[in-house]
Design a protein around this ligand. Sequence first.
Ligand SMILES: *Cc1c(COP(=O)(O)O)cnc(C)c1O
Length: 239
Amino acid sequence: MTDRTSELAENLARVEERIGAACAAAGRAREEVTLIVVTKTYPASDVRILHGLGVRNVAENRDQDAAPKAAACADLDLTWHFVGQLQTNKVRSVVGYALGVLPGPRRTRSAAPPGAAEREGRELGCLLQVALDAGSGERGDRGGVAPDGIEELAAAVEAAPGLRLGGLMTVAPLAGPYAGRQRAAFDRLMDLSTALRVTRPAANMVSAGMSADLEQAVAAGATHVRVGTAVLGVRPKLG
Ligand SMILES: *Cc1c(COP(=O)(O)O)cnc(C)c1O
């Protein structure tokens, strides 16, 4: 084992232990929670090591970094998730490697790309990013739509050829009423998910929780946690 391999193995084991303990505490089965390792700013060689350690879901937030990394790992059995803000003209590129997940497009307009995903012959699952710190009709500091914007964005995704509404995601707000209250923020996301699933039962993914707050997300009922730092180390700069 190289030093990097043992480092990633140890980190991954610690994260697995945390997820397992959080599931046990919440009375949930471990299989109910999918770990997505956020590999942004780290090289394709790390993705390869993680795959060797059993990771099957990875995420990137910039298409220009993700596309070459995904190409370098094309021989691996991996699901690529896109967790950044996406412009219309990038959809086609992301569809090229991501079977999975992207959060809400920056504007409703960009939720309707010109059939790009359809032309690629497969559907791209979209998670709408909910900004719990955004007021009615506003956007959040860290991206996403205010809760009262979910319906309109959901309808836009459903109307877009090649896109499928997968569910909701959030990043715990740094400001506003939910600052420092991750569990309350994730509970609120779950309530919004429950409301969404009344009319759209298939949109059942709830992506919440990162390195610092994955326990709170699992406790609230998240189906996916997105973990970067705790597996790969502190990023040199914000990715
Ligand atoms: C970077 C990133 C993460 C991972 O954050 P860590 O704190 O490093 O675990 C999760 N979600 C999104 C959307 C990100 O951009």
